[in-house]
Design a protein around this ligand. Structure first.
Ligand SMILES: [Zn+2]
Length: 411
């Protein structure tokens, strides 16, 4: 992997595509992007450029760095290999794989592979689930390329003995990890309701509130899961209420999937300001169903995109954008490639508390960006974006031509 030192400042002459909202793409065919240190300090059309820097010409279109708000780095090596209903998939395939993360060398090797692949695919910011082993966190943070939040899954019950024994089981252990890694990088990560009892969820909720910590977990992914949750938590009104009554739903909570929710649950999420990590490629692969985009919009619930590797068959956010467009278009929902890019950049940065600092090509933002292959001259930006996300997962994983993080070219 190439890593170049960042000079004090550098100005690039390049096309830029910056999604400023779900329906608005800021596209400049011929622009100058000035980077000083880790930040973008200026971005103007060439005709308004007044500086006297030597311009470094880049052939292609810059987009903001891609953001993945939901993935499991410890499953990356088996991405897309298994397909079955969620609960069978976990028990028969994923939990046996995650046992291997108890080995330090395995954790180091898997972490290096994951982050080398994600930066090649253009991802510069994300939030990931680790395995139950707290010792696997350090290799992950050491291998991380870009800005990552990484949490060990908390699963002291409802899984295979070996993983349950490896898991933390008290909020004191989790508090020590928050202190060690900091709230900007360590999310509290109950794997899902079925892996924790009410007492522990309550403790984690209190901890989340006390620290203002990020929380990531899964919600309402499959019908069988929801039935099992109803049986395990008879006192809760529904699955969402299991988390809500524990105090786990805040604007810093990121809930994977949210496919099968009632009107009451949508209202609850909207009231709490919690985020949905929408993972369309995973939902297709496990045949989990389609997130009700119209309902999410109607309730004003914020959402961003996640790959959910390894249920999602690819870590490429371009692939996730493609499946987002496909899944909702065939259901008759109006979605644009501009929105797909927005959900995989600026919205993701907001979701992870980096809004205003990352996820955009704009002065004052961290210089995280990706050089994508350019268009034919007659293309509109929206047509170009649709073309950008076409192709196989393998093609999309290596489509970016370069990735910069904090002003440094990393690949
Ligand atoms: Zn997941």
């Amino acid at each position: 992997m190439a890593e170049t030192a960042s000079p004090a400042s550098v100005s690039y002459r390049v096309s830029v595509a910056d999604p400023v909202g779900p329906g608005e793409l800021h596209y400049i065919r011929d622009a100058v992007v000035r980077v000083a240190g880790e930040q973008i300090t200026d971005l103007v059309p060439i005709e308004r450029y007044r500086g006297d820097d030597d311009l470094v010409e880049l052939d292609g279109i810059l987009t903001p760095g891609l953001v993945d708000v939901h993935c499991h780095w410890v499953q990356h090596h088996v991405r897309g290999q298994f397909r079955s209903d969620l609960l069978d998939w976990l028990q028969n395939h994923i939990w046996p794989e995650e046992r291997a993360l108890g080995c330090h060398e395995t954790a180091v090797a898997h972490a290096r592979r994951f982050f080398a692949d994600t930066v090649t695919a253009g991802t510069t910011l994300g939030m990931a689930y680790s395995s139950a082993h707290t010792a696997a966190l350090q290799p992950a943070f050491e291998a991380a390329i870009g800005d990552w939040l990484i949490g060990n899954v908390i699963m002291p019950t409802g899984g295979p003995d070996e993983l349950c024994r490896a898991s933390v089981a008290t909020s004191d252990e989790v508090a020590a990890l928050i202190e060690r890694y900091g709230i900007s990088h360590y999310p509290i990560t109950p794997r899902f309701a079925l892996n924790c009892d009410t007492g522990l969820l309550d403790e984690l909720g209190r901890l989340a509130q006390a620290y203002g910590a990020w929380v990531q977990t899964h919600l309402a992914e499959s019908a069988r899961e929801i039935e099992a949750v109803a049986e395990a938590f008879p006192q809760a009104q529904d699955y969402t209420d299991v988390y809500d009554r524990a105090g786990l739903l805040t604007p810093r909570s990121v809930l994977g999937h949210c496919i099968h929710l009632s009107e009451r649950e949508y209202r609850c999420l909207a009231r709490r300001g919690s985020w949905i990590a929408h993972c369309p490629s995973s939902n297709e692969a496990l045949d989990s169903g389609r997130m009700d985009l119209a309902a999410v919009r109607r309730h004003g619930i914020p959402f961003a995109l996640g790959s959910d590797v390894a249920a999602g068959p690819s870590h490429s956010m371009l692939h996730v954008m493609q499946r987002f467009l496909h899944q909702h278009r065939i259901a008759g929902e109006a979605v644009t490639a501009t929105e797909a890019l927005y959900r995989a950049t600026a919205a993701g940065a907001q979701c992870l508390g980096r809004g205003g600092r990352a996820g955009r090509l704009a002065p004052g933002h961290r210089a995280d960006f990706v050089l994508m292959p350019g268009p034919a001259p007659a293309d509109t930006a929206e047509a170009w974006l649709n073309e950008l996300v076409s192709g196989t997962a393998a093609e999309l994983e290596t489509r970016p031509q370069g990735t910069w993080i904090g002003g440094k070219r990393r690949v």
